[in-house]
Design a protein around this ligand. Sequence first.
Ligand code: GLN
Length: 393
Amino acid sequence: MPRLSDRVGKFTDSVIRRMTRISDAKEGSINLSQGFPDFDPPKELLDRLSEVAYEGPHQYSVTFGAENFRQALAVKAGKALKRVIDPEKEIVVTCGGTEAMIAAMMTICNPGDKVMVFSPFYENYGADAILSGAEPIYIPLVPPSYTFDISLIEEGFRSGAKAIIVCNPSNPCGKVFSEEELTQIGNLALKYDAFVVTDEVYEHLVYEPYHHIAAASLPGMFDHTITCNSLSKTYSITGWRLGYLIGPENVIENAKKVHDFLTVGAAAPLQEAAVAGLTLPDSYYEDLKKMYTEKRDYFLKGLDEIGLKHNVPQGSYFVLVDIQDFLDLPQFNGWSDLEFCEWMVQNIGVAAVPGSSFFRENVNNLIRLHFARSKETLKEALSRLAKLKDLLA
Ligand code: GLN
């Protein structure tokens, strides 16, 4: 057998997506591992999708995104970025936020470049760094408040880090970065002439009193920020794989080339249909936030009633639950969080993601659950999780 890529040997498949497969293989399991909704996208998108089936387009769009999609995106994203976005020169439409992030990394990194990543982090960033030849430097987000030490970031930039990846709101810990925190990070990126690469796919899932601020909207930051985002969570269309990069013209010029050779383009009919989402009124985003706030409050209250310890997410649809009390029981002695999650699927009927897949540090006592589910499903999941507590009785 000829030798395969050493780079690919350095990372595993995604544990998040593996947990979905494990959950799907167990009949009746409730999948609270990989985050995606079990409810429909807005009707406007579905109606438009059915029209597009007959009207087209069914052939390639412009490689960096269909013109009308980019125009609608420029208007929509321009609000968060507090800027007029040039749809020709400052946007690349990608196959999901996943491609946006790897394309951003491949656009800016040379082999051996250092990139700072907060820990805990969304697992894609580890593979993205390896695939783009970069070397990650991990900056701890320290629980329970998930704050960070800015001097470590300065040290990283001083040692030559090319960029810092900021997932805001943060997956998996639900942190929403404050204006002050983003300004501190941004000032260092400016001082050391480096980039901030953001992942803002949960920008609309932010709970009061917190508010999402786009790093690129801060004074002087647009030219130093590559904003990665997606329509997946905002319009409940994770399977449509529509994402985008926004950045300064010189960066986007190169990102267009990376994207062209990676995937050529995102699905043309889906871009056409999704324009109906991008042009929805502001009330749509308010309603979305209200719906997720209710889900979060309901789910966290349920966890409290059961007596499961958890963090309180400021944004995103994830919650980290502490399983240490269970791991201390004789029947789970020496188990990893992954083994515990596999056991949960089979014996509790709820799938979670082991926390260790997000942390650089040796963390084995957390599991991640998401609450992008109908209230009935969340109710059933909670009643199953309550069985866990019986183990401690
Ligand atoms: N962001 C989602 C999660 O962490 C999954 C996204 C994906 O699988 N592409 O669960």
